[in-house]
Write a protein that binds this ligand. Structure first.
Ligand code: SF4
Length: 224
């Protein structure tokens, strides 16, 4: 089925509230689960680094194995790259991530007295840490309102007509203008799950969608 692209705006609070209700009872993304169990910024930072291009269940198990070996930047920096790589395997790019995890741990130890910094600029200066990871750490680790825009958040907020952007970085800036602050942290965990289950990249399940009546389906050319 093909839908027409419209440009009408939908109310983010109403839409996200409906999506939250729809998703209640489904498992949180891996890093949100880590944060729920232990809101330690270092653990959240490292688990987010592990989670990139990695399935949730792999991320959770890898984080547990790694933090069974070391819990602080100081002790983490004392591990070998082989130990870290073995602990986080089979996470995607585990060798590269092991290198970055050790480099980050050393910098935190040497420059931040073993703490995780709480600004976007300082976090994105760390090796292997981009805006997506930094915003997740700020939100989940420090409760600082921050919008973590991954591919799901970028795609779905464009389809909903809240923004019209080409890249996740543009989306982050635009969403700061249209999304009430109360949703900045939660929008990622809601739309990641929603994007995996309903508003999928190819042929979204509009027929099963709880907000279908209000969604302009901007840019959607094929749906189920
Ligand atoms: S599944 Fe369809 S109706 Fe629902 S948010 Fe995505 S594009 Fe809109």
């Amino acid at each position: 089925m093909t839908s027409t692209t419209k440009t009408s705006k939908t109310d983010p609070t109403e839409i996200l509230g409906a999506i939250r209700t729809f998703l209640s009872g489904t498992a949180l993304p891996s890093v949100s689960q880590v944060a729920l169990r232990s809101p330690d910024p270092f653990r959240i930072l490292i688990s987010t680094m592990i989670s990139l291009r990695t399935r949730d269940e792999v991320t959770l198990a890898a984080t547990d194995r790694l933090f069974a070996l070391a819990q602080t930047p100081h002790t983490m920096a004392g591990l070998t790259q082989q130990q870290v790589a073995a602990a986080i395997y089979p996470a995607g790019f585990y060798r590269t991530k092991a290198h970055s995890i050790l480099a980050v741990s050393q910098i935190l130890q040497q420059q931040y007295d073993g703490s995780v910094p709480d600004t976007l600029e300082q976090l994105t200066a760390l090796p292997g840490v981009g805006r997506k990871t930094a915003n997740l750490v700020l939100g989940l680790g420090f409760a600082i309102p921050s919008i973590c825009v991954d591919t799901h958040v970028h795609r779905i907020t464009n389809r909903l007509g809240w923004i019209t952007t080409r890249t996740p970085d543009q989306s982050e800036i635009e969403l700061q203008h249209v999304l009430p602050t109360q949703w900045w942290i939660a929008v990622n965990e809601l739309l990641v799950r929603f994007g995996q289950q309903i508003c999928t990249p190819q042929s979204p399940w509009c027929s099963r969608c709880p907000v279908a009546q209000k969604c302009p389906r901007a840019g959607v050319t094929r749906e189920r």
